[in-house]
Write a protein that binds this ligand. Sequence first.
Ligand code: HEM
Ligand code: HEM
Length: 185
Amino acid sequence: MHELDHYIYPHRVLHWLVALGVVLSLASGLTLGFLGFERLVELIGQSVTNALYTAHKTLGITLLLLMTLRIITRLAFVVPDHDPPLNAFERIVSTSVHHLLYLALVVMPVLGALATATGGFPVQFFHWTLPNILGKNEALSEALFLWHERFGWAIIVLITLHVSGALYHWWIKRDNVMKRMSLFD
Ligand code: HEM
Ligand code: HEM
């Protein structure tokens, strides 16, 4: 198949890396959010709990870096035309969901990092701790964590719409939409 039937290969790789990363960060984030630090320590011990927080933060910051690369590969290279073309409804809904996903996946890690830093907790990225330029502010941290949670739910809704759309094109309409992002054909 001709290359222009697909997004460029690096953009497709980034799509699937981000998809995997988002699922893992939602799963780890919801575990932290629902159980909380004390309950987790009771269940899995102090060191595994700390590792889970570090993994969630590292994953989130990695996603911010991947999203930055992805925005570059999206803006710098030609996007293939839809063949057959999408109808107006499909075009408006899919473009809105894609743009909102881009926005949410950049805002989400920034909220997480700022909420963590203003709460006086370390913003860990692998074995490094990023400098805290904001200082401690518990009220601000609480507000930012609330928005981190709200954006989490928004991302879940957007991904549900997005995956439903992808599966509709792949299994019901059987058009070429899935191929555009596929790594294998
Ligand atoms: C779980 C997290 C996911 C996120 C955050 C995500 C995000 C996105 C975004 C933002 C786009 C717009 C294309 C671009 O400009 O980069 C896109 C395209 C696409 N995604 Fe996903 N995606 C996810 C999962 C999936 C899954 C599980 C599937 C398949 C079942 C899928 C199939 C597609 C397809 C086929 C396109 C191309 C749509 C088109 O060309 O109009 N995505 N995705
Ligand atoms: C795209 C990236 C990210 C996603 C999808 C994500 C997702 C989530 C979700 C869904 C929650 C549960 C919210 C709740 O129920 O309270 C959560 C909690 C949390 N996130 Fe993230 N997160 C991301 C990035 C980050 C980053 C970069 C940091 C910090 C550097 C971070 C720190 C935290 C912390 C500390 C919690 C626990 C909050 C609590 O105990 O209430 N997150 N995350």
